[in-house]
Design a binder for this molecule. Structure first.
Ligand code: SF4
Length: 363
């Protein structure tokens, strides 16, 4: 089959409007597609936006609409380049630390969470804060505080330097040490091997985390488990979906940014689960023709911070490359939704604005 290199680069979508809406169906054949019989896309479901990302992005949009621009946001609100760029165009100013925010201004904390020290810095600068920390990250913070209060050594499995890990570690820095996967188990030192608990970042690979836990348990047989799974429902569901279709895929394409932990994990999971190859792209124009040149089945999914519009673009791009048939492969249905941060919600209500969001269909 002869295929030519595409000459048009698809412009980045300019609006988030509709981006958070998860369509129930994706067109089977995109307009203009040159379908080649037998070439198909398996589309993972669930994919894309999780409830925590949906809430955080909505919080920034609502804050911009209610208070007006600029709204400062500490760190990327979620780890997705398109979302950040789009919000920046609308008046969000992204900063690394609160000392970059003018005294008294309004700042949103990202879905990844912040440590108590960051809250204190914001208070010292008299900043008005909107905390968009995902409630499932807050749950891990609370676990850390509780176990530290009982003087446990806490082994936090996660990626050192990731914002979520920094935020959780900041809750109890004297009790928490970060374990960055199986290779770091041997260097863990605890005070009392009978008083050790493990917690984890919410967006890790389920299988690799279990491997790390097993190795830790070999060293500390009385290692305590977290009260409930720290790896969140969205991370787990997206990994299960990829595991399910990967053995049937010549190639898996994951839509997500390079700094999105759960998106990067999906590439790893696809490869470990039998996909012939796996690639991550931020946007459709990064899909390379040679990746799919010899393929008949391409798996497609997206990380938890990815708006559906970016997936649709990849479907269209694959359509141009001959993949005209789309089959959605569903392994779970999600209907979780989180309320907006409390103070934002109160301000919206006081102004007679609608704080409740229309329930979005989820994939
Ligand atoms: S990936 Fe999980 S923990 Fe992170 S924002 Fe989404 S629901 Fe919350």
């Amino acid at each position: 089959m002869t295929q030519t290199e595409p000459t048009t680069v698809r412009p980045a979508p300019s609006s988030l409007a509709g981006a958070s809406a998860f369509p129930d169906a994706v067109p089977a054949l995109t307009p203009g597609a040159q379908a080649v019989p037998g070439r198909r896309i398996l589309l993972a479901a669930p994919r894309g936006y999780c409830a925590g990302v949906d809430r955080a992005v909505d919080a920034v949009e609502k804050a911009l609409a209610h208070y007006g621009a600029p709204i400062y946001v500490r760190k990327e609100i979620v780890h997705n380049r398109f979302v950040v760029e789009t919000l920046a165009k609308r008046g969000a100013i992204f900063v690394n630390e609160t000392d970059e925010v003018p005294e008294g201004a309004r700042v949103v904390f990202s879905a990844h969470g912040v440590s108590p020290a960051v809250h204190a810095q914001a208070a010292a600068r008299n900043l008005a804060t909107i905390d968009a920390t995902c409630p499932l990250v807050t749950k891990v913070h609370k676990e850390a505080v509780r176990f530290a209060g009982s003087d446990y050594d806490i082994l936090l499995i996660g990626h050192a330097g990731h914002e979520e890990v920094e935020g959780t570690q900041g809750e109890a820095p004297r009790h928490i040490q970060v374990v960055n996967g199986p290779d770091e188990v041997d260097r863990v030192v605890v005070r009392d091997p009978d008083k050790v608990v493990w917690l984890s970042q919410t967006t890790l690979s389920v299988d690799e985390t279990q491997e790390t836990v097993q190795l830790l348990r070999q060293r500390f047989p009385n290692l305590q488990d977290p009260p409930s799974d720290d790896i969140c429902y969205a991370t787990q569901n997206r990994q299960v979906a990829v595991k399910h279709f990967a053995p049937r895929c010549d190639v898996v394409i994951v839509v997500g940014s390079a700094n999105s932990s759960n998106s990067v994990r999906l590439v790893e999971v696809a490869l470990e689960s039998g996909a012939g190859a796996a690639h991550r792209v931020d946007t459709a124009d990064e899909v390379r023709e040679e990746w799919v040149a010899g393929a008949t089945t391409v798996g497609l999914t997206s990380g938890a911070s990815v708006p559906e519009i970016l997936v649709r673009d990849v479907v269209a791009r694959l359509g141009e490359l001959g993949f005209g048939e789309v089959e959605e492969v569903r392994t779970a249905t999600e209907d979780i939704m989180f309320s907006l941060p409390k103070n934002l919600r109160s301000d919206l209500k006081a102004a007679g604005e609608q704080p409740d969001r229309p329930h979005r269909a989820r994939s």
